[in-house]
Design a protein. Structure first.
Length: 226
């Protein structure tokens, strides 16, 4: 396997980019590295941010250097990502369409199918979480089998509410906090994904899966937590 590429990022971070053959192998490698760094307790390391094919290692440049971090990473255990924990599946209730899913009709038109078919495809199988996204720990997921990439909105919204269930390209997401957004919103879930008073602040992690389940607006108050 080709060794990952390592590059310095500013004065306080190192970026490691996987060179593995497939997207899934690249994802697994960078999350393995992130998990190993987190478990090793390397002096000066402040945290890791792992994405689809790269991991950023942030450190205190007043106490350690890029060379120190590179050397520490080269000595890490090569235990495969996921060996220490089993993936969990979270069932996510969603009210689709209407005020909760203002772009459902748009996506149906783009795919030349009915709104019911969009919902059925979105709920057809569990979607794997690949990394944390913005804002505030949103789960970045594999997309449903739409057959075509879904374009972002031509004009992003100034505010998208927490719980918005959206798609763009070949990805899916659930907004964890209110924020601007340009993804196509299919619906909204009443469950709270992130609680900053909890430790950890979210129950999910990369490798877990999300199964979306349609509910009616009348059932909104029956669901609060994952």
């Amino acid at each position: 396997m080709t060794a990952p590429a390592i590059a310095d990022c500013g004065d306080s971070a190192v970026r490691i980019t996987s060179a593995a053959a497939t997207p899934d192998e690249r994802w697994r490698e960078v999350h393995r590295i992130a998990a190993a760094v987190d478990a090793a307790g390397i002096a000066g390391v402040l945290g890791t941010i792992a994405t689809y094919d790269a991991v950023l290692i942030e450190f205190d440049c007043a106490t350690v250097s890029h060379h120190d971090i590179r050397a520490a990473v080269s000595e890490l255990d090569s235990t495969p990502f996921g060996a220490a924990r089993l993936p969990r599946n979270f069932e996510v209730p969603v009210v689709y369409g209407g005020e909760h899913g203002p772009d459902l009709a748009v996506v149906a038109t783009l795919l030349d199918v009915s709104e019911a078919d969009v919902i059925a495809r979105h709920c057809a199988r569990p979607l794997t979480m690949r990394c944390y996204g913005s804002p505030g720990g949103a789960p970045m997921l594999d997309g449903p089998d739409f057959g075509l990439p879904i374009p972002r909105r031509a004009s992003p919204r100034a505010s998208v509410p927490a719980g918005a269930v959206a798609v763009a390209g070949h990805q899916a997401v659930v907004s964890a906090r209110p924020a601007p957004g340009g993804w196509q919103v299919l619906g909204r879930t009443p469950v709270t994904l992130v609680d900053i008073a909890s430790d950890p602040i979210s129950a999910y992690a990369p490798g877990d899966t999300f199964q979306f389940v349609p509910i009616s607006a009348a059932e909104w108050g029956d669901h609060h937590e994952l």
